[in-house]
Design a protein. Structure first.
Length: 227
């Protein structure tokens, strides 16, 4: 190889390197689940936006964020086994659909429903909550769903409260998910509110079995109130 040939090769390599340096444009980072996996706030936002693309009615962003933060911790600690999140928002009127069952694997809302609160928690709106037996009030916080059974309200679902002093007496108080005739649009229209339970999460009769069969056996249930 001659000196002239070597010189031409070196000059060509130099101009190629300079051109590549100026023409390179780094790709903009995309908001993917991988990118946000180590940031809970970003991950919650990512999931909420995906749900918005697939579902018509969503819970409020604030209540959803609280629910998701707890869900992710429970999932990490192995306390729940399903990619299902049930969210009850007691900041809303009992005349509104304020229970959501969300499939987090497929990013879709499976159910949105009316749900009761305890008779001593309030009238149209729930405002008072308790963990005490015989209080007839609803309890807030995170629960793990348990086993099903047939009781005086028919097909029902037991709940285990995870927060000491907040809902830890749920099983002893027999706070469960069940159906009730007083949970309906007609009842709410006639009375200005839903009927009320003794603290249980009562659903519409026609929807109860479907919901329970999806959420039973160690899924996350969260009851929210902005207090």
């Amino acid at each position: 190889m001659t000196y002239k040939t070597i010189s031409l090769l070196l000059i060509g390599f130099f101009f190629f390197t300079i051109n590549s340096a100026f023409s390179y444009k780094p790709e903009s980072p995309k908001l993917t689940e991988t990118v946000v996996s180590n940031n809970i706030t970003s991950k919650v936002e990512f999931i909420y936006n995906n749900l918005a693309a697939n579902s018509f009615m969503l819970p409020k962003r604030k209540s959803f964020a609280k629910a998701m933060e707890g869900y992710l911790k429970l999932k990490k600690n192995g306390l729940i086994q399903k990619d299902i999140l049930t969210l009850v928002d007691y900041s809303l009127s009992s005349k509104e659909n304020r229970l959501w069952v969300i499939d987090l694997k497929n990013n879709i809302v499976l159910f949105q429903s009316l749900v009761s609160h305890g008779r001593n928690s309030g009238n149209e709106f729930a405002a008072n909550f308790s963990n005490k037996p015989e209080s007839y009030k609803s309890s807030l916080g995170f629960y793990v769903t348990g086993e099903t059974y047939y009781g005086k309200h028919g097909y029902s679902l037991r709940l285990d409260g995870l927060e000491k002093g907040i809902n830890s007496n749920a099983r002893a108080r027999a706070i469960v998910v069940h159906g009730a005739d007083y949970v309906s649009e007609k009842f709410a229209e006639q009375n200005g509110r839903l009927g009320r339970s003794l603290g249980c999460l009562a659903l519409k009769q026609g929807l109860t079995k479907e919901v329970i069969d999806v959420i039973k056996d160690k899924s996350c249930l969260f009851v929210y109130y902005p207090s």
